[in-house]
Design a protein around this ligand. Structure first.
Ligand SMILES: Nc1ncnc2c1ncn2[C@@H]1O[C@H](COP(=O)(O)OP(=O)(O)O)[C@@H](O)[C@H]1O
Ligand SMILES: [Mg+2]
Length: 257
């Protein structure tokens, strides 16, 4: 019997008719249905204020849905006993736009922190921490303090920290928002490489140029609703005259031509 290959991959996250309202009046998100499977890579796009961060928060259990059901690793979050939440959270690594490193700890100690919090012995995680920092290109900055690191370096420390507990799913919320474009590209490539090695990844971003280059599937938030698209098409750099009306319109809107 022929089966779609995606049916064979286990479901990590499932949203059924999920709605979110912070004040009980206005809906930020409504009727959101989605499935994230093992090995998926998704860009979560939409303008500022569209609800990208809110949606990610419901996945990493920092926000409960107002309506509908969120299922994480096969368990309904609403029915989960409180003491089970930390175990669920450990299976998810999160990277934030503003890095959230502890300034008085070295890169090594920041990456090691999730393991220390779990009470793991240093000799059990030290090699992993060093390998992760080397993988993100910071093998020579292992004992640096955050204040001596650039934005791109801090974000790579934050990525290593998100990975140290070997999560099944990585969520990155505007990970390139505070780094320069070249470093943004490098961080995206690390996330793509990580996904190739088997970890599911969701990246929230409003940087459509970056999304376009990566050719990955897109979850698009608009008006509180979610739609799934294939990858955005790459823009041709030099459109023939009259063939790219969007580019022509934006050029004229900028007063050029
Ligand atoms: N904790 C909160 N309390 C009240 N309103 C919030 C809260 N967090 C976000 N919002 C509002 O929800 C909407 C979506 O925000 P957010 O999820 O941060 O969007 P995005 O990440 O796409 O920019 C915005 O209008 C924002 O002001
Ligand atoms: Mg946001």
């Amino acid at each position: 019997m022929i089966q779609e290959s995606q049916k064979d991959r286990s479901i990590l996250v499932k949203f059924d008719h999920v709605g979110l309202s912070y004040d009980g009046v206005a809906d930020i998100l409504s009727d959101v249905d989605m499935v994230i499977r093992d090995g998926d890579f998704r860009f979560l796009t939409g303008p500022s204020g569209a609800g990208k961060t809110s949606l990610l928060k419901m996945i990493y259990l920092a926000q409960r849905p107002s309506t509908g059901a969120v299922t994480l690793f096969g368990e309904n979050v609403n029915q989960m006993p409180r003491e089970q939440l930390p175990l669920m959270r450990r299976r998810i690594g999160v990277v934030f736009q503003e890095f959230r490193l502890l300034e008085h700890l070295t890169a090594f100690e920041n990456v090691a922190l999730p393991m220390r919090v779990q009470g793991v012995n240093q000799n059990e995680y030290a090699q992993d921490v060093t390998e992760l920092l080397t993988w993100v290109g910071l093998g020579d900055r292992i004992f640096a303090l955050p204040e001596t690191l650039s934005g791109g370096e801090k974000q790579r420390v934050a990525l290593a920290r998100a990975l140290v507990a070997k999560p099944d799913l990585i969520l990155a919320d505007e990970p390139t928002g505070n780094v320069d474009p070249i470093m943004g590209e490098r961080i995206m490539r690390l996330l793509v490489e990580l996904n190739r090695l088997g970890t599911a990844v969701i990246v929230a971003t409003h940087d459509l140029d970056l999304v376009r280059r990566m050719k990955k599937n897109i979850l698009r938030l608009k008006g509180g609703r979610l739609t799934l698209h294939g990858p955005l098409k790459e823009r041709t750099h030099k459109p023939a005259a009259g063939q790219d009306q969007g580019a022509a319109a934006s050029r004229s809107a900028m007063g050029a031509g």
